[in-house]
Design a protein around this ligand. Structure first.
Ligand SMILES: [Zn+2]
Length: 431
């Protein structure tokens, strides 16, 4: 087992806890420099000096995405504007972006986390990496690039799109590692096969680091098989992160026991979204993260809206840091249709269980005479016949799982959109 930073990645649970408490106390004093945050503390009748032990952490007010929007662009800075060397942001559905600002030290912490992730996932200096996450305001491209570079792999920074060229580069350079969204990985497999290139025989891909959107176990398995990751002795590693914590910061290790979160830089709590009490280990709850190391705009007790299960045991790989073992659903992605909550990831899980169906699908929500209606459009895998009996069976399964009627329309192969970045699975036609 290779480590990027053996000492920090394998420190004992007690050492980690002591370190986290010390860093948390220091970080709370630091963010108290910010007027908005100071007001929050004052409203709660709390002074940073009162944070002394683990129970006191719970007294610290939460932060949310709304706080970032309300303080856009620079209102949440706790450090110095002069130290800022980079700005990233997400577009956000409401139109007000969610920004993140970094000092050089903050970028170094992010790079270190990513280098640990890539090494844990099996990346080596000898690997040739095609990096397709976009280089722009979105955090993915730069986070991946600097982490890969730190490990010393050979990066081809293609950015997103241009699938014809991506495929040619894979052949010419013997690319072993592919990064990007899971939907782009699935599309690349289809794209290669259509051109008579079999990834298992004709390409050398062995690792995929894929993130930026939810990915069901079924889709992961398909990518593993079709792009040849498993056949070439590797696998797909899932990646999770959020701009509010710096960007992508966590990934699967080679054992794929869950996504490692680096506890020396991030304090993780899993809370009941209603009562805000910690859930029992192994139970799902909202992921709340405190950034312990950033200096310009660290967010403390940030509510991610992600519903997860976290394990705090030592992983088989020897790393002692907590792991997200299951994503129950991203509350932000949930759609409400006629009083029923639906997670697109749940729909994907239901659909991709069937080997006849492709990963090209969309959920159409419409408004028919004031009633919200759902429909799934999906393509079969080329060469597969899907008859009425199959569709009826699928509709029954969906009805049972989603507690909502959901007709299925089988579309011709190649008729639905393909994605080179984040996929759009929900088409909401409601006014
Ligand atoms: Zn591990």
């Amino acid at each position: 087992m290779a480590y990027f930073n053996h000492k920090w990645e394998t420190m004992s649970h007690n050492e980690l806890k002591d370190l986290q408490l010390e860093k948390f106390k220091k970080q709370v004093k630091h963010i108290y420099n910010n007027q908005f945050i100071k007001n929050r503390f004052d409203e709660a009748g709390l002074h940073p000096d009162e944070i002394k032990n683990w129970d006191d952490i719970k007294k610290v007010p939460f932060m949310t995405k709304d706080d970032l929007r309300e303080n856009y662009p620079t209102g949440l800075i706790s450090g110095n504007w002069d130290d800022v060397v980079r700005v990233h942001m997400t577009s956000g559905t409401t139109g007000v972006p969610t920004p993140m600002l970094y000092s050089q030290n903050d970028l170094d912490v992010w790079t270190e986390c990513m280098a640990r992730n890539f090494t844990a996932g099996g990346l080596r200096k000898s690997d040739v990496v095609q990096q397709t996450h976009g280089f722009g305001l979105f955090t993915g491209g730069f986070g991946f690039h600097y982490g890969l570079e730190k490990v010393g792999a050979k990066i081809i920074p293609t950015g997103a799109g241009g699938s014809e060229r991506q495929l040619r580069l894979m052949q010419e350079w013997g690319t072993t590692v592919f990064t990007g969204t899971p939907s782009y990985a699935a599309y690349m497999a289809e794209f290669a096969m259509e051109r008579g290139i079999d990834p298992i025989k004709d390409l050398k891909l062995r690792l995929g680091f894929h993130g930026g959107e939810p990915c069901s176990d079924e889709l992961k398995e398909r990518i593993n098989t079709r792009l040849g990751y498993k056949a070439h002795g590797g696998g797909m590693r899932r990646c999770y992160g959020l701009t509010e914590m710096g960007g992508p910061i966590t990934m699967d290790c080679e054992y794929e026991n869950g996504i490692h979160l680096w506890a020396d830089h991030y304090l993780v709590e899993v809370l009941d979204p209603e009562t805000h009490e910690s859930v029992e280990e192994g139970q799902p709850g909202e992921l709340v993260i405190s950034n312990l190391s950033f200096e310009v705009m660290p967010l403390v007790r940030y509510r991610t809206s992600d519903n997860v299960i976290v394990s705090f045991d030592t992983c088989e790989c020897g790393r002692t840091h907590p792991r997200i073992t299951k994503f129950v659903g991203r509350l932000d992605d949930m759609i409400l249709v006629g009083g029923t909550n639906i997670f697109p990831s749940q729909v994907e899980h239901m659909l991709l269980k069937h080997s006849e169906l492709s990963e090209n699908w969309q959920l159409v929500v419409s408004d028919k005479k004031g009633l919200h209606a759902l429909k799934i459009e999906i393509e079969p895998i080329a060469g597969n016949e899907v008859d009425e009996k199959f569709v009826a069976m699928l509709e029954k399964e969906l009805h049972q799982s989603l507690a909502k009627k959901c007709p299925v329309e089988i579309k011709p192969v190649g008729s639905l959109p393909r994605f080179e970045g984040k996929s759009v699975r929900v088409v909401d036609k409601r006014k």
